[in-house]
Ligand binder design. Sequence first.
Ligand SMILES: Cc1cc2nc3c(=O)[nH]c(=O)nc-3n(C[C@H](O)[C@H](O)[C@H](O)COP(=O)(O)OP(=O)(O)OC[C@H]3O[C@@H](n4cnc5c(N)ncnc54)[C@H](O)[C@@H]3O)c2cc1C
Length: 306
Amino acid sequence: MDRTHQLIIVGGGPAGLSAGLYASRFRLDTLLIEKVGLGGQILNAEMVENYPGFPQGISGSELGALIAQQATKYGLPTAFAEVQGIEIRGGEKIVSTSEGQFKAKAVIIAGGSEHSKLGVPGEEEFTGKGVSYCAMCDGAFFRDQVVAVVGGGNVALNDALFLTRFASKVIVIHRRDQLRATKILQDRAFANPKIKFLWDTVVDSIIGDKLVKEIRLRNVKTGKVSSLEISGVFAAVGLRPNTDYLKGLLTLDEGGFISVNGWMETEVPGVFAAGDIRAGSIRQVVSAAGDGATAAVAAERFLSSV
Ligand SMILES: Cc1cc2nc3c(=O)[nH]c(=O)nc-3n(C[C@H](O)[C@H](O)[C@H](O)COP(=O)(O)OP(=O)(O)OC[C@H]3O[C@@H](n4cnc5c(N)ncnc54)[C@H](O)[C@@H]3O)c2cc1C
């Protein structure tokens, strides 16, 4: 642990693994630290149809495993630990983890983000089988079907509007009687004949057999319960980047995401961020992989200059 690596990568999802692939092919002395397992959140996707190179689509677990296999093929060393803090001491970055401290000249933070869950029975069971957290990823699976979007913010309305391209009807379920989304999105959603709203309503459970068939609802003002036959439930109730331990080191935006420039550089020299964790990402595998490659190139240039 006393050795100073050239580069430490935090996170073994598509962004961290792509950065690792580039860094190990650049022959940088790199260590990738991952807390759960290599592959990242795409491992949870039933089917991925929008990652280039797989015209028939590919299951998320297969894609995640292939990305990990390719990244480690060139000798990328990995450690399994949870990163709990990063400190700058002189020219070194001290990375504190559940398994002790590691040191590097440069760090790429690629810890991703987590979707907030509805926290209702059936949600976990039917994730990828009708329950989704990504309209852009899964919308096309719901052609001519009725779907629900849960939430009342910009993401929920963007998702609802996007889903009208495929679904026959989109029902926005919101626990309040007013939306948080911007006025322009509200106007567009209210004007769209395919979008209906259920106000003051929460989802109590998600029901199906192999796929989602029905959701049980409750009006929070009247207590009245009802059910809705539905094929898809898109949860748009929040996204939390894994940046809690970075407060004080980096400026985070109001959502907690890391601000970077086009080279994935943060305001701290030698600290880069890539993938879903950075502000402005479209939060897809293809963008995470691109960010990871960019960050590795930028880190290599930084390391050549110090
Ligand atoms: C169900 C589902 C379906 C999806 N479908 C699609 C799709 O069809 N197409 C598409 O393009 N995208 C899809 N996505 C989105 C895609 O998975 C993400 O955009 C992509 O995985 C982001 O990659 P990333 O490397 O930035 O982050 P992640 O994949 O989130 O990887 C981050 C990694 O960092 C690790 N980590 C976090 N914090 C720490 C820490 N403190 N210490 C150590 N390790 C840490 C995590 O364990 C994780 O392995 C889907 C996502 C989900 C959840």
